[in-house]
Write a protein that binds this ligand. Structure first.
Ligand code: KG4
Ligand code: ZN
Length: 350
């Protein structure tokens, strides 16, 4: 089976061809990501209207290039999958309409993929991870710990009560004048920084439960920056290192709590998977590897390019869904909000 994946929920226009066949196994035949960074950078963040227009301008050409790179035509496809939400609705509409049009014209099944499910299942494309597994999903908009019990079956163990981890990286980078997107900028600046020079808090650490909180950390950083007055490169690097260390410590503590809960329900010997843009972070990955070893989990994180937004994960989620007969009707309506665990989300939306 060959599936076209389309991702347009934020500021990356992406198209991919993913294969799963008896002969070739699972593999990415093509995965193209067109960043809109330059268009949004002057505004210090993503402007939804600019994003939607850029998706509209570039998506056709990108799909043609992905098909060419995969060395196939539309007639070779077995399905079309597009991110159906959650995300910036103008962009999601562009991708969904394009996918529906191709599916209708070629009489192919259409799959509306939850962007978060795309992140959640990507480790099953790169590694053979069996259900159930514990997932740390850390991106720009989400920060959650989930028990992944099957395709479409998620139990949320914890979530942020305010900002997401990626948001904390992004806002921190803005405060430090390091630009956007913040995660890679902080990681880069932190390489030469001394994390111990500026003490920052670790919100929620040691508390029961698996929820996160990052807004107090951001405020503490803002206050530290204000007191420091003007920042030189040394101070910037030290503050970036301090922020990264605090975020990583918080993620580790909450993941350890979730691991205990997960093991109580599912027993030991399963995988701990990290996904989402923040899972690309080079300081986080070794710490999670170490934690997993201590707690008897196998640690799996897709390579960094598959942690940040891409269409291969959408194509793969499409394949997983099609294999189970979960195609969607062409009247599917794009969803700005779409929780993986609706029961938990009704108690706390983020
Ligand atoms: O998954 P993603 O690409 O898009 C969303 O679905 O949100 O995640 C983007 C987030 C941004 O907040 C970005 O700053 C963060 O992931 N990020 C990182 C790194 N690369 C991306 N955070 C920390 N370290 C990184 N290397
Ligand atoms: Zn994402």
């Amino acid at each position: 089976m060959l599936v076209l994946g389309i991702e347009t929920s934020c500021d990356e226009t992406a198209a991919a061809v993913v294969e799963d066949s008896a002969a070739a196994g699972k593999r990415i035949r093509a995965s193209l990501v067109l960043s809109q960074l330059a268009e949004h950078r002057p505004y210090g963040g993503v402007v939804p209207e600019i994003a939607a227009r850029a998706h509209l301008d570039h998506l056709d050409g990108l799909i043609a290039r992905a098909l060419a790179a995969a060395n196939i035509g539309l007639s070779d496809l077995g399905g079309v999958a597009a991110t159906g939400g959650p995300g910036l609705i103008g962009g999601v509409m562009v991708g969904v309409m394009e996918a529906k049009a191709i599916a209708y014209a070629r009489a192919l099944p259409f799959v509306a993929v939850n962007h978060l499910e795309g992140h959640a299942l990507s480790a099953r494309l790169t590694d053979d991870v069996a259900f159930p597994y514990l997932l740390l999903l850390v991106s720009g908009g989400h920060c959650q710990l989930l028990a992944v019990e099957g395709v479409g079956r998620y139990r949320r163990l914890g979530t942020t009560i305010d900002d997401a981890a990626g948001e904390c990286f992004d806002k921190g980078a803005k405060l430090l004048g390091l630009g956007y997107p913040g995660g890679p900028a902080i990681e880069q600046a932190a390489r030469t920084g001394d994390a111990a020079r500026f003490p920052l808090p670790r919100p929620m650490i040691g508390r029961p439960g698996c929820d996160f909180s990052f807004s107090g950390l951001k405020t503490a950083l803002a206050e530290t920056v204000r007191r420091a007055g003007s920042l030189d490169d040394r101070a910037r690097a030290d503050l970036a290192a301090a922020l990264q260390a605090a975020i990583v410590d918080c993620l580790l503590d909450r993941t350890a709590q979730a691991a205990a809960r997960f093991n109580a329900q599912h027993g030991r010997g399963h995988a701990l998977v990290a996904a989402g843009g923040v899972a690309a972070n080079a300081a986080l990955r070794p710490r999670l590897t170490q934690l997993a070893t201590e707690l008897n989990f196998r640690f799996v994180a897709p390579p960094p390019a598959l942690c940040t937004d891409n269409a291969a994960m959408i194509g793969w989620a499409g394949i997983e869904r099609l294999k189970l007969g979960f195609a969607d009707a062409l009247d599917f309506a794009p969803r700005p909000r779409w929780p993986l665990d609706p029961t938990a989300a009704s108690a706390r939306p983020r």
